[in-house]
Write a protein that binds this ligand. Structure first.
Ligand code: SF4
Ligand code: SF4
Length: 174
């Protein structure tokens, strides 16, 4: 699924959420954000290397479509809705089929437009150095993103059920 399609899917879900689903989604996303903050604190020595030595090699010459999923957009749009226009502007530069510098690098240079405590799953969990000290934090974030994935799957099942019901109703009304 191309990035733009994933983004539209996530924003479409957000528009149609019931009040209860929205509350559940916000709760999961708040937990992810707290877990990301804990990771940033405990993983400071690892992140320091990214900032001072490497300055974001991970964001260059990549296939961003393989890195970001619907759950990432759902998370970021829930917690950082003010970024919506900037995300849409970046998506206009999506490069299909080839690797390139990430389209979410500010002005094509960086840093990343996403705040460090609201990062996509793969971006915040990718390390080229020893991650033994933060392995529990990594597992915690992976588990929370899995909850978000379940939330998406549940929504898809509800949509399918509603579509089938309306289809059957139309059949009987004919
Ligand atoms: S994880 Fe490694 S390659 Fe990626 S930005 Fe950090 S230091 Fe650079
Ligand atoms: S979304 Fe941000 S952190 Fe992830 S690859 Fe792109 S610029 Fe880098």
């Amino acid at each position: 699924m191309a990035l733009l399609h994933k983004y539209k899917h996530a924003s479409g879900i957000l528009e149609k959420l019931s009040a209860e689903d929205r509350r559940n989604l916000i709760n999961i996303c708040k937990e992810i954000q707290k877990a990301e903050e804990r990771l940033l604190t405990e993983g400071e020595p690892v992140f320091k290397k990214c900032r001072t030595q490497c300055k974001g090699m991970c964001c260059r010459n990549i296939d961003i479509n393989a890195i970001l999923g619907c759950t990432d957009f759902l998370y970021i749009l829930t917690m950082e809705s003010q970024l919506q226009p900037m995300i849409e502007q970046c998506l206009e530069n999506e490069v299909l089929f080839f690797s390139a510098n990430c389209i979410f690098l500010e002005n094509g240079e960086g840093p990343c437009i996403f705040p460090s405590h609201s990062m996509p799953e793969v971006c915040i969990l990718s390390f080229c150095s020893d991650d033994t000290l933060i392995i529990d934090r990594i597992k915690e974030i992976q588990g929370l993103f899995q909850r978000l994935d379940w939330f998406l799957k549940k929504r898809a099942m509800v949509d399918l059920k509603n579509w089938l019901l309306s289809f059957i109703r139309q059949l009987f009304l004919k």
